[in-house]
Design a binder for this molecule. Sequence first.
Ligand code: SF4
Length: 386
Amino acid sequence: MSGIYIHIPFCKQACHYCDFHFSTSMKKKEEMVLAIAKELQMRKNELENETIETIYFGGGTPSILPISEIRFLIDEVYKNYKVVKNPEITIEANPDDLSNERIIGLSKTKINRLSIGIQSFFEDDLKMMNRAHNSKEAKKCLEVATQYFDNISLDLIYGIPDSSQNGEQAQQMSNEKWIQNIQTALSFGIPHISSYALTVEPKTALNKLIQTGKIAKPKDEVAQEHFAILVEMLETNGFIQYELSNFGKEAFFSKNNSAYWLGKKYIGIGPSAHSYDRFSRSWNVSNNSLYLKAIQENRLPNEIEILSITDRYNEYVMIGLRTIWGVSLHKIENEFGKEYLNYLNKQVQKFINDDLVCIENNILKTTKKGKFLTDGIASDLFFINL
Ligand code: SF4
């Protein structure tokens, strides 16, 4: 079983914190849709022995596409690949694209899961992040979307500096405001929430705004508190934290993301999209013009990296620790060998002593205390070839 990821590299405007690949010029949109369809055809042999379980439209902003283009791309997947009877087909959508008509239109396609980029229900946060939607649109689209889709995920960002105050007075988002955001999300009865701390990437507008003192720097302690509040509130409301930043009601875990985390094969189509086949990883060029040129010349614009055994071990530890499935010591021994298992057992001891991780039934997992520190713990368990 495999998945197909389709990257739509266009957005209405650039969110201040974003370092994904996208263009705000729509000039080449139609050309791009045709090129993506062509890449789907060009790569069909890569998955000829596989069945497709999930199709995911990400970006950028895939909800920017008209329904006809979304349908066209889904049809291209069906024409070129073997798709299971009830695949999970997700589209990432922004509230400003989700008018009543659009939601109804999407519900009449094969799309059966919406992942909505809400980020915050507060107007000042949305403005500070330069999101294209407002708070009213965020709430309105959820009211309507829940009438047409059962399977909805929404994104929320925590650890946001409070933009209602500027310069030296700038504060961090209060716990009360964060709690209100979660409560509002819960009030719509959606079954899945993804939530990430605001991170400051080097080449973003957010970084510049912080450097020039216009916005306060997000603080780790605040993010950690918000994370603890998030976990507690969502668990109390019946959500399972199946990955560090992903919470789903039973039967509503994202099949697409779970497949990544369980190491299944997938291909990524479109500029900047990544592909993985357990032994190698490849990524398309992050440039719309170069991508279009290559596809028009019948070339795949990608670079390929063959994963060494150490790369695969490190990746498994990193991803495993973030998920509910943990890191199987049995798998470490079988797939990577005794040397890796001995190394892991030695490195992990200090974290066990500090009650940050535990081993149950031969599975290594983070404890409640260690969860927020997962990425740091994982990097300490990485094997380094000297
Ligand atoms: S809509 Fe998404 S992809 Fe586009 S700029 Fe904002 S965060 Fe980035």
